[in-house]
Design a protein around this ligand. Structure first.
Ligand code: UDP
Length: 493
């Protein structure tokens, strides 16, 4: 048996997915991995873990008991929360502390499994408290940043300092001090409430607690690659301590060129019904190369009904083909929708079917498979970090449409720093709505006009860089091997 590593992710799906990818990579190096999770995720992880074990990997899925009303996943709509309070998902992550402490006590007493004590704990950067728990039991803690280094560096300064204390340019832009190059943020690149936030703000206090905990980690690992945002990797390491870049954490097939046998890109976590995903892939098979725009706002968000309407009508007017992962709108409670399709403008769904212009996915989409499909030529995204890495790895340019949290900073990275995205103009005077005319213009600019060609060229260069980074001798590959050797050198129980 290899050295035993114990892992604990945040409750959010966007965290669980890279954690599971990492578990498999560590086990493939001969380590024993225990993957601790809650009842929410056992069903979607069980099949994956069983499959990995059959393939010879030593991964153990362990349930940490928590009350069933701890958090109702699926009921959280992150972009409709008030950020002066702590958003429910972050609050639920913080409240895991006593449960994990109890779990670890029982584990070390041999009451949960016969595995030896872990040589280290790899826990989410949103679980800053886990440094204190790890110290209590004398186990080194690794903080896993599932977010990018540009966004994390900027976020750390913006949330810790608060925008009201930041210097401003003559035109009112916020300047972020202390980062390796000048970063100017517009009002749009901050959350609606952030400019007025005071030290009493719940999210500000949350971030201060996380940073304090995370700085006490033995190591930090990051799901990014040096060639993407190296200056900010170096900056983050200077501020927060030794780190290793180990991304993009995606299955090897996602890095391949051309038509990848889609069944080979197995999702990291089994959440969808395979029939809906399969129909979507078949529809894509019939479309022209790089002609389809893929639209998704991530695993936790949806947009309000008024925005669904503007997006739908703008898409229709653009004439561009699309696959849209359509969720119940964020204000669904105020409407009597029985299906997310009810939030579309009257007749639009049947018009799109008749013209064969659009395909709607109502459940969980096989996102990486869709992005790797040769018919997909653009990605309208909320700019979650996984989405950014997936678009980079598959070479698909973006329309950046951030909704909350660190997404505006990721958007700034892809639009202004690395130039692989156009920005959807959210209009503050119209309650942050992107109008149908703007949707039409921006979609045509990415999918039809010269601008899109430039962005596509740049993202293809990054795709090559990502593949090199994870290949033998590449930056992430070397950094990962170093990390594994450091784990193996830790004393075993
Ligand atoms: N995802 C997916 N199908 C969906 C929605 C999301 O496979 O229908 C995956 C997506 O590929 C990504 C993750 O869920 O790996 C979402 O993470 P991201 O960081 O982009 O956003 P978050 O959901 O955390 O805001």
């Amino acid at each position: 048996m290899g050295a035993h590593v114990m892992m604990l992710s945040s409750l959010g799906h966007g965290h669980l997915i890279p954690f599971m990818q990492l578990a498999q990579k560590l086990a493939a190096k001969g380590l024993t991995v225990s993957f601790v999770t809650t009842f929410h995720h056992i069903p979607s992880l069980r099949k994956k873990v069983d499959g990995a074990c059959e393939a010879g990997l030593d991964i153990h899925l362990l349930e940490m008991e928590i009350p069933h009303d701890h958090l109702t996943l699926g009921k959280v709509n992150s972009n409709s929360v008030q950020w002066h309070q702590l958003p429910p998902l972050l609050d639920a992550d913080e409240r895991l502390q006593p449960h994990f402490q109890r779990f670890l006590e029982r584990f070390l007493a041999g009451e949960i499994s016969s595995l030896p004590a872990p040589v280290c704990l790899i826990t989410d950067f949103l679980l800053g408290w886990s440094s204190a728990v790890a110290q209590k039991f004398g186990i080194p803690r690794v903080s896993f940043e599932t977010s990018g280094m540009f966004a994390e560096s900027v976020q750390q300064i913006v949330w810790d300092t608060l925008p009201r204390n930041l210097p401003r340019t003559a035109s009112g832009r916020y300047l972020v001090p202390g980062v390796p190059k000048e970063v100017r943020l517009s009002r749009l690149q901050l959350l609606p409430e952030l400019p007025e936030a005071t030290p009493e703000n719940g999210t500000h206090q949350f971030w201060v607690r996380q940073r304090r905990g995370n700085k006490q980690s033995w190591r930090t690992i990051v799901n990014t690659f040096y060639e993407l945002e190296g200056e900010f990797v170096d900056h983050f390491e200077r501020v927060n301590g030794t780190l290793r870049t180990i991304g993009p954490l995606l299955s090897p097939e996602a890095f391949e060129d051309g038509h990848v046998e889609r069944k080979r890109i197995a999702p990291a976590v089994e959440l969808g019904t395979s029939t809906e995903g399969e129909k979507c892939m078949q529809w894509l098979d019939e479309q022209a190369e790089e002609s389809v725009l893929y639209i998704s706002f991530g695993s936790e968000n949806s947009i309000p009904t008024a925005q669904v309407e503007e997006l739908a009508l703008g898409l229709e007017a653009s004439g561009v083909k699309f696959v849209w992962v359509l969720r119940m709108p964020s204000d669904a409670a105020q409407n009597s929708f029985t299906s997310a399709l009810d939030s579309l403008p009257a007749g639009l769904h049947s018009r799109m079917a008749a013209k064969n212009q659009g395909f709607f996915v109502l459940g969980w989409a096989p996102q990486v498979g869709i992005l790797a499909h040769p018919s997909t030529g653009g990605f309208l995204s909320h700019c979650g970090w996984n989405a950014v890495l997936e678009s980079t790895t598959t070479g698909v340019p973006l329309i950046a449409w951030p909704l909350y949290a660190e997404q505006p900073f990721n958007s700034k990275l892809v639009v202004d720093e690395i130039g692989i995205a156009v920005e959807a103009p959210q209009r503050i005077e119209q309650n942050w709505l992107v109008t149908r005319d703007d949707v039409e213009r921006i979609v045509r600019s990415l999918m039809i006009e010269e601008k899109g060609k430039e962005l596509r060229k740049r993202v293809k260069a990054l795709k090559a860089a990502a593949k090199t980074a994870v290949g033998e001798g590449g930056s992430s590959s070397k950094s990962f091997d170093l990390f594994v050797s450091e784990i193996m050198a830790l004393p075993q129980a």
